[in-house]
Design a binder for this molecule. Structure first.
Ligand code: NAP
Length: 181
């Protein structure tokens, strides 16, 4: 049993959250909307393993406070899955900083198709106890036309990345770029 923190877990990553809970892991989820957190908790087989934190991760003081609140057991988080837009990476930096005392932990940073992976990584101060992974979302090309990934495909890709522990993984494709929807 691991403890996961899924930031932005009530949207396209809902299936990731449910799968992790249903496998018997403890999952802390950050999102603003309390009723969507409650809904997701009720969808999981073991709602008692779900810990919803209703907060705006752009409110850095609140985020830091939540990370320091004993009852949230942040100290025992093994793995962070973060769907935080690349221009809001400061929230991820705060989370990583608050985990300084952990021996080791993993971060899976989910990023949009336009993000520059190297720039994003260089913008974060990744300590030696953190194994940092990136999951880049692409698109799907079918019968000469292109479409965005469905939430199911995104969650499936993130779960695959978690299983394979790859440093960088792509969900869907990024080429031909000019076909991007
Ligand atoms: N292929 C690509 O490159 C790509 C990239 C991005 C998106 N997309 C597509 O676009 C769709 C919608 O994207 P989306 O960003 O709306 O994703 P989403 O996963 O549907 O929603 C964002 C998640 O983050 C939470 N969140 C957002 N801002 C927050 C904040 N300031 N503080 C705390 N939690 C916050 C939301 O909950 P609350 O609103 O309750 O806070 C929700 O859980 C996706 O389903 C995907 O198909 C594709």
């Amino acid at each position: 049993m691991k403890h996961y923190l899924v930031v932005g877990g009530t949207g396209m990553l809902s299936e990731v959250v449910c799968k992790l809970v249903n496998e018997g892991n403890k999952v802390t989820v950050i999102a603003r909307n309390q009723s969507r957190l409650d809904q997701l908790q009720n969808q999981c087989h073991y709602p008692e393993l779900f810990n919803g934190l209703s907060l705006d991760y752009e409110d850095f003081e609140k985020l830091q406070h939540a990370m320091r609140t004993k009852e949230n057991n942040v100290g025992d988080i093994d793995c962070v899955v973060a769907w935080i837009h690349s221009n809001e990476s400061e929230a991820l930096s705060i989370i990583i900083d608050e985990m300084a005392t952990k021996e080791t932990f993993d971060v899976y940073h989910v990023l949009g198709s336009r993000s520059n992976l190297l720039e994003v990584k260089m913008g974060l101060d990744i300590p030696s106890n953190c194994k940092y992974h990136q999951v880049k979302l692409g698109f799907i090309v079918q019968n000469n036309s292109a479409r965005w990934l469905t939430n199911k495909e995104i969650s499936g890709g993130v779960l695959h990345a978690l299983d394979n522990e790859e440093a960088v993984s792509i969900v869907g494709v990024l080429e031909p770029w000019e076909m991007r929807p």
